[in-house]
Design a protein around this ligand. Structure first.
Ligand code: SF4
Length: 356
């Protein structure tokens, strides 16, 4: 038996238009594209052999031209607070992580968009290995299908905040977002799909231009170009003022939409009261919600967790300035919670086992 990966396209990576083309190529009526769309994205059935009522001609075409890709579940860790971290192996042997966060009956999933990442944020474990490759829309979607299967309930909120910079893989990511928000398919409200970027300014303008149906989160993490360029090298290319201008353009385009600002507090680096004041000034007049995330150190990281009193002072200062501020609890802190940590640990264990 051959171990070569099946490179044929998968139904889970096909939007309605692609399914329509597939039906025409197969020589069956357009109406079957709707049937396929509903089976795959509404009912979660990926295997056409388990879809009653398809014409024989279409089945034969699918057998010949379409692959049935199921990622392999390599690791599945559950934290005391219910947060689950999974590691999935793609057909070429590359592993990606996804995090499932059950909260008040609504399952939130954080999906990865790339194997590794090229952006190089200094506080991120994923960055240490660099970028291996982009994920296809089908591979991003496969994470959502796996979550639904594992948890026995559909995902309610999607955040594109896992491994990778989503805007660096624009075509696959925008296709994925259009598929999950397709009213004939999974029908996610665009408010429940959040794309998080480290600040790829030209791609922010592209998503504005394309009217991508999702919410925007920006991983800001600093209030001066010096500090931001130090912890996020992308700032050397797209400095704060350019990024803020793009964020204002996004809000201008979307009217009442808010931007989610993510701010990782690194002890002694960006967590002073002066930083909080500067942040309030930078965001003045911008409809935004600020998520403060106290840094979770991982082995080998050069940064430390901020002191609790500094987190509180920072929060109070921003609240006083009129911002909605949330200090994010570190969910799943008893498992490999940092982005890239599970993948790194499994790889290290495999290396040890190979040496033994
Ligand atoms: S934080 Fe996000 S954008 Fe930055 S290196 Fe990590 S995965 Fe990439």
């Amino acid at each position: 038996m051959s171990n070569a990966p099946d490179l044929r396209p998968c139904l889970t990576g096909m939007n309605y238009q692609a399914l329509l083309t597939l039906c025409r190529d197969a020589g069956v009526k357009d109406v079957h594209a709707e049937t396929l769309n509903a089976y795959v994205f509404r009912s979660g059935i990926r295997d056409w052999h388990a879809m009653p009522g398809l014409p024989q001609l279409l089945r034969a075409y699918l057998d010949q031209h379409i692959g049935l890709f199921e990622p392999e579940l390599i690791a599945n860790q559950q934290a005391e607070d219910g947060t689950r971290k999974i590691l999935l192996r793609m057909s070429d042997g590359k592993d990606v992580e996804s995090v499932l966060i059950p909260a008040s009956g609504r399952l939130t999933q954080c999906v990865s968009t790339q194997v590794g990442c090229a952006i190089g944020c200094k506080f991120c474990l994923t960055a240490t290995a660099g970028l291996t490759r982009n994920l296809s829309s089908a591979e991003i979607m496969a994470q959502v299908f796996t979550a639904r299967h594992l948890m026995g309930e559909p995902v309610r909120n999607l955040v594109l905040m896992g491994m990778g910079e989503p805007l660096h893989n624009y075509d696959a990511v925008s296709n994925f977002i259009r598929m999950v928000t397709d009213p004939k398919g999974m029908a996610f409200s665009p408010r429940r799909v959040t794309l998080s970027t480290a600040g790829l300014v030209p791609a922010i303008y592209r998503m504005i231009e394309d009217d991508l149906p999702c919410s925007l989160a920006v991983s800001l993490n600093a209030t001066t170009d010096d500090v931001r360029s130090h912890i996020m090298p992308i700032n050397q290319k797209y400095p704060l003022q350019e990024l803020l201008k793009a964020m204002h353009a996004y809000i201008d385009k979307h009217g009442r939409k808010r931007i989610l600002i993510e701010y990782i507090l690194l002890g002694g680096i960006n967590d002073s009261i002066e930083d909080a004041k500067r942040l309030a000034k930078l965001l003045d007049g911008m409809a935004s919600t600020v998520n403060l995330l106290p840094f979770n150190p991982f082995s080998g990281s050069e940064w430390k967790r901020p002191e609790r009193r500094h987190v509180e002072t920072f929060r109070v200062e921003l609240s006083k300035a009129g911002f909605v501020v949330v200090v994010r609890k570190s969910r799943g802190s008893d498992i490999s919670a940092a982005c890239g940590q599970l993948k790194t640990e499994i790889a290290a264990r495999r290396k040890l086992a190979a040496k033994a």
